[in-house]
Design a protein around this ligand. Structure first.
Ligand SMILES: [Zn+2]
Length: 584
């Protein structure tokens, strides 16, 4: 991801920018580390009956508590209460006591007690994750642009947009606001459509127990796609954004008078980055499949748009875009039924395979199997949004082209990454989250945790590399998606357990005891959402780190966008991941 993608996470005014830069920003961030309480951390949603169930209690002193109590709050007529042991574990982030109650499968609403501290009440029930899906889908409806959203905002931005380069006006109304602001980035919001269609593909009509069927998902995807199709230029390539801000600033991030040609018109950024093209092909090919039976002309229109973009785009040498192109080629193969796209996907997969580190590098023998940045940059691939995408693309490829001569090698590459990189790194912390990434030495002046040999790691993005850094929600969700997919492909329950642990961190099992989805769990930070306020189902950037790689989260209404802003990819990966976990 380059800087342009993060400019949308920019700041509202020069004053806020100044306050968040330099020493003042670092002082503010230091005040965002966890308080002493709550010391109990567990998933605020709760747990599936047949799943690993863990409570974490932060404790670094002497005379630690030795047990916890779990009781059913609603048990009637007979009270239900069990006392279980806590064991001490040395853990990165913070030393912890850990209690396990995985064998408790009885459905109910429970509460855990350690000493005199009570946990958030939580469920053990089979529809635990699935019942959150309608809320997470509903987030996108709140973010619609170019139409009135009752009780949220009147019709907006009907005057989008004026070309930055020529000044010409084009009809680019519609789409979705991307985040806690009003901008329309193609990189982020095309993920909404991909996720809605993944959800539809994974769970079908049963995705919502209310019986609404697929119509709401398809209608929402189609809403966004009106704008995406308008963003395709005559050469087949797709523009980058509307209202991203002229010259990287925040000047287009405002409501307008809805009249084209007036001074408050927002701007089209006519740049055509490779990543946006790969997402466009992926989404249009998925739309073609989703609408083939119900609206064949529209499906054909989407497929034609996908092919035009595929034919016009260049495919570079970076792991990130090669992974997206692999998924794009597979979707084109499914949509068009042509062998040439399967062959293209396999060739892309072969290049992706070559970018994995299969040898131990950096004078150590502990971890391997991570990806390099590109064919010309040997640094480890670290990415705040699509962190697990290279192995995920290979796993999809191996599943779709299972007879291909390289299929076994694609599967082996995924196993190598999981067993010799993900599992050992996740074992460093009681929370079992996958660190942000490994590094060679200390590339920036801040703390990198020693791993082995020359290799270091951080749970959170470096904060002194550039002005932008943000919470790890999408990174963790993307790994949860890889682990959930791999659990299915390889029949390994440990992968599924770890997938859940990544989601549990986001939903409350973290050192802040804070749930990062609005409308679920407790201690939700107030989101950086400065135009429409709270959005039910919205998921925040989440917990980031400071220079010492300690967790930070704005729980004190500081409007810190790095940790509390909503962002499209978080809801996208949530829907994609939970529906993968829920597939029968
Ligand atoms: Zn709007």
């Amino acid at each position: 991801m380059d800087r342009r993608d993060f400019v949308r996470l920019g700041l509202s005014t020069p004053a806020i920018l100044a306050a968040q830069e330099g020493p003042a920003r670092e002082e503010r961030v230091e005040r965002m580390t966890p308080l002493e309480t709550p010391a109990i951390a567990l998933c605020h949603l709760g747990f599936l009956p047949k799943s690993r169930k863990v409570v974490i209690y932060r404790w670094a002193g002497e005379s630690a508590p030795t047990e916890f109590i779990v009781r059913d709050i609603a048990a009637y007529p007979a009270p239900f209460r069990q006392t279980r042991p806590l064991r001490r574990v040395t853990s990165d982030v913070i030393d912890c006591l850990v209690g396990d109650f995985s064998d408790l499968e009885r459905e109910g609403m429970y509460q855990v007690t350690v000493g005199d501290e009570l946990s958030v009440p939580f469920f053990i029930r089979p529809d635990l994750w699935r019942r959150t899906l309608p809320k997470a889908v509903g987030y996108y409806h709140y973010q619609r642009c170019g139409v009135a959203v009752p009780n949220v905002h009147p019709a907006c931005h009907l005057d989008d947009a004026r070309r930055r380069d020529t000044g010409a006006h084009l009809d680019l109304a519609g789409g979705w606001h991307d985040a806690g602001d009003l901008r329309k980035w193609m990189s982020a919001t095309q993920m909404n459509g991909i996720a809605l269609l993944r959800l539809a593909r994974n769970l079908g009509e049963q995705w919502d127990a209310a019986g609404s069927g697929l119509a709401p998902l398809l209608e929402e995807a189609r809403w966004g796609n009106r704008y995406f199709l308008k963003m395709q230029d005559a050469d087949g390539l797709v523009w980058n954004d509307v209202a991203g801000g002229v010259n990287g600033d925040n000047s287009d991030n405002h409501w307008t008078d809805n009249r084209a040609g007036t001074a408050d018109d927002r701007h089209l950024n006519a740049a055509k980055p490779e990543h946006v093209q790969a997402l466009f092909v992926t989404l249009q090919a998925m739309m073609a499949q989703a609408f083939r039976k119900t609206d064949a002309p529209y499906a054909e229109q989407c497929l034609r748009a996908a092919v035009r973009c595929w034919d016009a785009a260049r495919r570079g040498a970076a792991s990130h875009t090669l992974a997206w192109w692999t998924l794009a080629a597979l979707e084109l193969h499914r949509a068009a039924g042509k062998e040439l796209y399967a062959e293209a996907a396999a060739r892309l997969g072969e290049r992706l395979l070559a970018l994995q580190t299969t040898d131990f590098i950096g004078s150590q023998k502990d971890v391997r199997g991570f990806w390099r940045v590109s064919e010309t940059d040997a640094n480890p691939y670290n990415q705040a949004v699509d962190s697990a995408l290279p192995p995920l693309a290979l796993l999809e490829l191996a599943s779709a082209l299972s007879e291909h001569r390289l299929a076994t090698r694609w599967r082996d590459a995924v196993r190598l990454h999981l067993d010799e990189y993900v599992l050992p790194l996740a074992a460093h912390s009681a929370y079992e989250i996958v660190p942000y990434g490994v590094f060679t030495g200390s590339p920036t002046p801040e703390h990198y945790r020693p791993l082995a040999g020359d290799l270091t790691y951080r749970y959170f993005m470096p904060v002194r590399k550039q002005f932008w850094w943000l919470g790890m929600t999408s990174h963790l969700e993307c790994y949860a998606l890889l682990l959930a997919s791999a659990a299915r492909a390889f029949g390994k329950s440990r992968y599924r357990e770890l997938a859940c642990r990544q989601l549990e961190w986001i939903l409350g099992a973290n050192p802040f005891g804070a749930c990062l989805m609005t409308g679920e769990g407790m201690r939700n930070p107030f989101p950086h959402s400065r135009f429409v306020g709270l959005i039910p189902g919205g998921i925040m950037n989440g917990i980031a780190g400071n220079v010492k790689d300690e967790p930070v989260l704005d729980t004190a209404y500081g409007f810190d966008w790095r940790t509390t802003e909503y962002w499209s990819p978080h809801n996208a990966y949530y829907l994609w991941t939970v529906s993968t976990l829920e597939r029968a």
